[in-house]
Design a protein. Structure first.
Length: 219
């Protein structure tokens, strides 16, 4: 499928099995990475999916991209650039609408797959705009309420499905942060659990096969 010029640079893999309506999976990489990273999963995912892997808008030096800046040495603990993250949240939400229209995709069957910073943004988009999203696969991320819309708790989450996983020895984002996610989601009426794997900040093979099976059941 030919890539079109939309608001965010992306790679795209067309479905190899055609349905009347094409479900879509959007991929959002982590801090310092790019659109090629998660796209390596594309050939192993369900064949009816259109897969779109998106590049974050902020280039880094010497390479890679970010959805928002991280200030590692912040004294007040405010190491995430919240205003920048909110802009990226809405850029992603708008891009989803653009891509669904441009590639003639099923707006009612949208999945987000995010890793690390891309996972944090996937939570933010899905919980802020649940009418746009059916499924979320959140890998090695956590909930950051500061980047949600102000009235998000009043949203209807009845059609939203969320899969969460984390490495139990993650040295970048502590697993304790991710362990708070299921209870937070439950408070919104979303049933989920945290799937832990004995790895660091990455995706174990058994993690991949688990979320793939989870997704197949929901497509």
């Amino acid at each position: 499928m030919q890539t079109k010029t939309l608001s965010l640079y992306h790679l795209i893999k067309a479905p190899t099995v055609q349905k009347e309506k094409t479900p879509v999976l959007f991929m959002f990489h982590g801090y310092g990475s790019d659109e090629n990273d998660l796209f390596s999963f594309a050939s192993e995912l369900p064949e009816e999916l259109c897969i779109i892997s998106v590049r974050a808008p902020h280039p880094m030096q010497p390479q890679g991209n970010a959805w928002y800046a991280i200030h590692w040495d912040a004294q007040d603990g405010k190491f995430s650039d919240i205003p920048q993250a909110i802009v990226s949240r809405d850029a992603i939400a708008s891009f989803i609408d653009e891509a669904v229209l441009a590639y003639n995709l099923d707006a009612s069957n949208v999945t987000l797959l995010g890793f690390s910073q891309g996972s944090i943004l996937s939570y933010a988009v899905a919980l802020s705009y649940p009418q746009k999203i059916k499924n979320v696969i959140a890998l090695s991320g956590y909930i950051n309420e500061e980047i949600f819309t102000t009235e998000y708790a009043n949203n209807d989450f009845s059609n939203l499905n969320i899969y969460c996983s984390h490495g139990s020895v993650d040295q970048v984002i502590p697993v304790d942060w991710a362990r708070k996610t299921p209870a937070f989601l439950q408070s919104l009426g979303i049933t989920s659990s945290l799937n832990e794997f004995p790895v660091g900040h990455g995706v174990a093979p058994q993690n991949f096969y688990q979320f793939k099976e989870w997704l197949i059941q929901l497509l």
